[in-house]
Design a protein. Structure first.
Length: 174
């Protein structure tokens, strides 16, 4: 009888461990790490204000703002908070210099395929059709696409990358 209990305990431990591994894999699949380029960062203190504000938002796993580069690496769960909502949360963060000042952001994507006028035009046209995309800027020399979202957008990085892939432009999170 004790051998049966021990065997059952071992089987249950293996199953529990396997389920925990599966849950961790599923959790990591939901996580997106993206770079947002900032406007409104006027001093190093602003980085702490934005980090504190976004770290409290549901779905945000981590945020690290770099004042020198005026950007942030943000890890978040897009099933909870899409990329466009992250930009909205940044804009909603009360500025440390008062109500007359505001933070803003652009999602940055890497795209080695964006390197000339033809790919720049195709990229802009494809992204202009995506609901929630307000403005697109391209920097072919750096192979970077910047996307600004409308305030009520629900756009994800996955949607942007899929639209670009359909237009023949391979892109990924920066």
């Amino acid at each position: 009888m004790s051998k049966l209990i021990i065997s059952c305990s071992i089987v249950l431990a293996v199953v529990a461990s396997s389920r925990a591994d599966d849950a961790a894999k599923t959790e990591s699949k939901k996580t997106t790490t993206a770079t947002y380029l900032f406007t409104g960062l006027h001093c190093p203190g602003c980085t702490k204000v934005v980090e504190d504000s976004l770290s409290k938002a549901p779905g945000v796993r981590s945020i690290k703002v770099d004042w020198n580069r005026k950007d942030a690496k943000i890890e978040f769960d897009e099933t909870t908070v899409p990329a466009a909502k992250i930009a909205e949360l940044i804009a909603a963060t009360p500025h440390m210099m008062g109500a007359g000042m505001h933070y803003g952001s652009w999602l940055a994507l890497k795209a080695a395929d964006v390197k000339d006028g033809a790919t720049t035009k195709a990229t802009k046209e494809a992204l202009a059709k995506v609901a929630g995309v307000k403005k697109v800027e391209l920097f072919p020399a750096q192979h970077v696409i910047e996307v600004q979202f409308a305030s009520d957008a629900k756009t994800t990085t996955g949607q942007l990358i899929e639209v670009l892939a359909a237009a023949g432009v391979k892109a990924e999170n920066y």
